[in-house]
Design a binder for this molecule. Structure first.
Ligand code: 5GP
Ligand code: ZN
Length: 119
Protein backbone atom coordinates (compact mmCIF):
# COMPACT_ATOMS: atom_id res chain seq x y z
CA UNK A 1 0.00 0.00 0.00
CA UNK A 2 1.26 3.44 -0.87
CA UNK A 3 0.55 6.09 1.72
CA UNK A 4 -1.39 9.06 0.36
CA UNK A 5 1.01 11.57 1.85
CA UNK A 6 4.70 11.33 2.57
CA UNK A 7 6.04 13.31 5.49
CA UNK A 8 9.37 14.08 3.84
CA UNK A 9 7.92 15.00 0.42
CA UNK A 10 8.29 18.60 -0.79
CA UNK A 11 5.12 18.57 -2.90
CA UNK A 12 3.07 16.97 -0.09
CA UNK A 13 4.16 19.96 2.03
CA UNK A 14 3.11 22.36 -0.75
CA UNK A 15 -0.25 20.53 -1.05
CA UNK A 16 -0.71 20.87 2.73
CA UNK A 17 0.24 24.56 2.65
CA UNK A 18 3.23 23.94 4.95
CA UNK A 19 5.49 25.35 2.24
CA UNK A 20 4.16 28.40 0.39
CA UNK A 21 3.54 28.32 -3.35
CA UNK A 22 2.01 30.57 -5.98
CA UNK A 23 -1.17 28.59 -6.69
CA UNK A 24 -2.91 29.28 -9.98
CA UNK A 25 -5.75 26.72 -9.78
CA UNK A 26 -6.93 23.73 -7.82
CA UNK A 27 -9.53 21.00 -7.65
CA UNK A 28 -10.53 18.53 -4.95
CA UNK A 29 -7.90 16.13 -6.29
CA UNK A 30 -5.09 18.31 -7.67
CA UNK A 31 -3.31 21.64 -7.32
CA UNK A 32 -1.41 23.82 -9.81
CA UNK A 33 1.35 26.23 -8.79
CA UNK A 34 4.17 28.13 -10.47
CA UNK A 35 7.55 26.43 -10.71
CA UNK A 36 10.07 28.14 -8.41
CA UNK A 37 12.66 28.07 -11.16
CA UNK A 38 10.75 28.63 -14.42
CA UNK A 39 12.26 27.62 -17.75
CA UNK A 40 9.54 29.36 -19.83
CA UNK A 41 7.32 32.45 -19.28
CA UNK A 42 4.52 30.06 -18.32
CA UNK A 43 5.83 27.21 -16.16
CA UNK A 44 3.23 25.67 -13.89
CA UNK A 45 3.38 22.34 -12.05
CA UNK A 46 0.21 20.29 -11.69
CA UNK A 47 0.31 17.70 -8.92
CA UNK A 48 -2.22 15.29 -7.41
CA UNK A 49 -2.98 15.83 -3.72
CA UNK A 50 -2.39 12.10 -3.30
CA UNK A 51 1.26 11.11 -2.95
CA UNK A 52 2.53 8.79 -5.65
CA UNK A 53 6.16 8.88 -6.76
CA UNK A 54 5.58 8.90 -10.52
CA UNK A 55 2.80 9.50 -13.03
CA UNK A 56 2.89 5.79 -13.85
CA UNK A 57 2.31 4.90 -10.20
CA UNK A 58 -0.50 7.46 -10.09
CA UNK A 59 -2.13 5.86 -13.14
CA UNK A 60 -1.95 2.46 -11.47
CA UNK A 61 -3.32 3.79 -8.17
CA UNK A 62 -6.14 6.05 -9.38
CA UNK A 63 -7.35 6.69 -12.92
CA UNK A 64 -9.55 9.47 -11.49
CA UNK A 65 -6.58 11.30 -9.97
CA UNK A 66 -4.58 10.86 -13.18
CA UNK A 67 -7.41 12.25 -15.30
CA UNK A 68 -7.89 15.16 -12.91
CA UNK A 69 -4.21 16.16 -13.16
CA UNK A 70 -4.39 16.35 -16.95
CA UNK A 71 -7.78 18.10 -16.91
CA UNK A 72 -6.37 20.73 -14.55
CA UNK A 73 -3.22 21.04 -16.69
CA UNK A 74 -5.42 21.83 -19.72
CA UNK A 75 -7.35 24.40 -17.66
CA UNK A 76 -4.07 26.00 -16.58
CA UNK A 77 -3.02 26.30 -20.23
CA UNK A 78 -6.34 28.08 -20.92
CA UNK A 79 -5.99 30.37 -17.89
CA UNK A 80 -2.41 31.27 -18.83
CA UNK A 81 -3.36 32.01 -22.45
CA UNK A 82 -1.31 29.21 -23.98
CA UNK A 83 -4.07 26.71 -24.80
CA UNK A 84 -2.96 26.59 -28.44
CA UNK A 85 0.80 26.41 -27.80
CA UNK A 86 2.12 24.58 -24.78
CA UNK A 87 3.89 21.43 -23.72
CA UNK A 88 3.00 19.07 -20.91
CA UNK A 89 6.15 17.32 -19.76
CA UNK A 90 6.53 14.45 -17.32
CA UNK A 91 10.04 13.48 -16.21
CA UNK A 92 10.22 9.96 -14.82
CA UNK A 93 13.34 8.79 -12.99
CA UNK A 94 16.58 10.61 -12.13
CA UNK A 95 18.07 9.77 -15.52
CA UNK A 96 15.26 11.72 -17.17
CA UNK A 97 15.63 14.68 -14.81
CA UNK A 98 12.99 13.87 -12.18
CA UNK A 99 14.07 15.59 -8.97
CA UNK A 100 10.85 15.55 -6.93
CA UNK A 101 9.35 12.10 -6.43
CA UNK A 102 5.71 13.17 -6.17
CA UNK A 103 3.92 12.81 -9.52
CA UNK A 104 3.67 16.07 -11.47
CA UNK A 105 3.14 17.48 -14.93
CA UNK A 106 5.01 20.56 -16.14
CA UNK A 107 2.88 22.95 -18.24
CA UNK A 108 5.23 25.09 -20.33
CA UNK A 109 4.38 27.88 -22.73
CA UNK A 110 4.69 31.52 -23.70
CA UNK A 111 7.92 31.19 -25.66
CA UNK A 112 9.04 29.75 -28.97
CA UNK A 113 10.19 26.20 -28.47
CA UNK A 114 13.64 26.52 -29.98
CA UNK A 115 14.30 22.80 -30.01
CA UNK A 116 11.27 22.28 -32.25
CA UNK A 117 9.75 18.84 -32.26
CA UNK A 118 11.16 16.49 -29.64
CA UNK A 119 9.21 13.43 -30.73
P1 5GP B 1 11.20 17.50 -11.93
O1 5GP B 1 12.64 17.87 -12.18
O2 5GP B 1 11.09 16.52 -10.80
O3 5GP B 1 10.46 17.07 -13.16
O4 5GP B 1 10.48 18.85 -11.51
C1 5GP B 1 10.54 19.37 -10.22
C2 5GP B 1 10.31 20.85 -10.36
O5 5GP B 1 10.01 21.36 -9.08
C3 5GP B 1 11.53 21.64 -10.86
O6 5GP B 1 11.20 22.28 -12.10
C4 5GP B 1 11.81 22.65 -9.74
O7 5GP B 1 12.16 23.93 -10.22
C5 5GP B 1 10.48 22.67 -8.99
N1 5GP B 1 10.63 22.97 -7.57
C6 5GP B 1 11.57 22.45 -6.71
N2 5GP B 1 11.38 22.93 -5.48
C7 5GP B 1 10.29 23.77 -5.56
C8 5GP B 1 9.61 24.57 -4.58
O8 5GP B 1 9.94 24.60 -3.39
N3 5GP B 1 8.55 25.29 -5.02
C9 5GP B 1 8.13 25.28 -6.34
N4 5GP B 1 7.09 26.06 -6.66
N5 5GP B 1 8.76 24.54 -7.27
C10 5GP B 1 9.83 23.79 -6.88
ZN1 ZN C 1 4.25 13.78 -1.95
Amino acid sequence: MTSQTSSDCLFCKIVAGEIPSDRVAETERSIAFRDISPTAPVHVLVVPRRHEPTVGALAAASADDLADVFRLAAQVAELEGVAGAHRMIVNTGPGAGQTVFHAHVHVLGGATFTEGRMV
